[in-house]
Design a protein around this ligand. Structure first.
Ligand code: ADP
Ligand code: MG
Length: 247
C-alpha cells in the first residue's frame, strides 16, 4: 500500500461523518514530498475537514492515513510526534494574543522541539526578516494588520521545521490589498520545495503554484489534475459550474 519513498502522505478511503452527516465519502490520494497540492471546492464540501483529518485534529470515521510511512490512524502511533511535522495555517491566524510576535514564534520550538530560548529566538528573528517583519518582533498581534499577522502565522509554522504545511484559506479573511503579500510568501516556500496543501479560492494563485489540483464535491474527489487540466479542460459538470462562478 505504501510503496514510494517520495510519498509523504498517503490517504486511503478516508471517510468522515459528523453524527449522521457524511462529509468525506472515501478519499484516496497521496501527497509527494515537495508537491504543492491545491484543494478546491464549494463552501461546506469538506475542505477544512479533510485538512483537519490529515493531522488528526478530526478523527477519521473510516480509512487510513500514512505519514512518512507510519500509519497515524493506528491508535498505537504517537500522533504528537507526527503532528508537529504537519503545521497548519488558518484563515483567522490563531496567534496567541497575549504573546509578542517573537514569543509566538518561539513557544512551539521551545516546548515541543526542546530548543533553547536563544536558538529559538535567533531562528524566529531570521524568519521575521524573511517576511519583512523583523521590526515587529516585540509587537503584539493586535498591533499588526491581517496580512502581517498571516505572515507571522506562516513564520510560526516554519519555526517548527515542518515537513508539510496545511493552509486553510489563508487569505480569505484579508482585505484585498493584503492578499498579495501572503501569497508571495507562500510562493517563495513552494519554490524552495516545501510540501504544501492549500485550500484557497485564489484561482490565479492556484494555477501558478499548484503541481496538482483536487476538486472536492459531495465528499469525494470529483476531479483531479494539473492546473491546465482542471482550469482549461474541466470534465466534471460540478467543477465546470464551480469555475464559472469563481473565475
Ligand atoms: P469547507 O471547509 O469545505 O467549507 P467544512 O469541512 O468546514 O467545509 O465542513 C463540511 C461540512 O461538515 C459542513 O456541512 C459542516 O457544517 C460540517 N461540519 C464541519 N465540522 C463539523 C463539526 N465539528 N460538527 C458537525 N458538523 C461539522
Ligand atoms: Mg473551510
Amino acid at each position: 500500500m505504501f510503496n514510494s519513498e517520495n510519498v509523504l502522505i498517503q490517504v486511503d478511503n478516508l471517510q468522515k461523518n459528523f453524527k449522521n452527516i457524511k462529509v468525506l465519502n472515501g478519499i484516496t490520494t497521496q501527497i509527494k514530498k515537495g508537491e504543492v497540492l491545491v484543494i478546491l471546492g464549494p463552501s461546506g464540501c469538506g475542505k477544512s475537514t479533510f485538512l483537519r483529518c490529515l493531522n488528526l485534529l478530526e478523527e477519521p470515521t473510516v480509512g487510513s492515513i500514512f505519514f512518512n510511512g507510519d500509519e497515524i490512524t493506528d491508535i498505537n502511533t504517537d500522533i504528537n510526534k507526527h503532528r508537529q511535522k504537519m503545521m497548519m495555517v488558518f484563515q483567522h491566524f490563531n496567534l496567541f494574543p497575549h504573546l509578542t510576535i517573537l514569543e509566538n514564534l518561539i513557544a512551539g520550538p521551545v516546548k515541543l522541539l526542546k530548543k533553547s530560548k536563544e536558538e529559538a529566538k535567533a531562528k524566529g528573528i531570521e524568519l521575521l526578516k524573511r517576511v519583512g517583519l523583523e521590526d515587529k518582533a516585540m509587537a503584539y498581534p493586535n498591533q499588526l494588520s491581517g496580512g502581517q499577522k498571516q505572515r507571522v502565522a506562516i513564520c510560526r509554522a516554519l519555526a517548527m521545521e515542518p515537513e508539510v504545511i496545511l493552509f486553510d484559506e489563508p487569505t480569505s479573511a484579508l482585505d484585498p490589498e493584503m492578499v498579495g503579500e501572503v501569497l508571495e510568501v507562500m510562493k517563495s516556500l513552494a519554490n524552495e520545495g516545501m510540501t504544501m496543501i492549500c485550500v484557497t479560492h485564489e484561482m490565479g494563485f492556484a494555477r501558478m503554484i499548484a503541481n496538482r489540483i483536487i476538486f472536492l464535491y459531495e465528499g469525494v474527489v470529483a476531479e483531479e489534475g494539473t492546473p491546465e487540466e482542471v482550469f482549461d479542460r474541466p470534465k466534471n459538470e460540478n467543477l465546470k459550474a464551480f469555475l464559472s462562478k469563481t473565475l
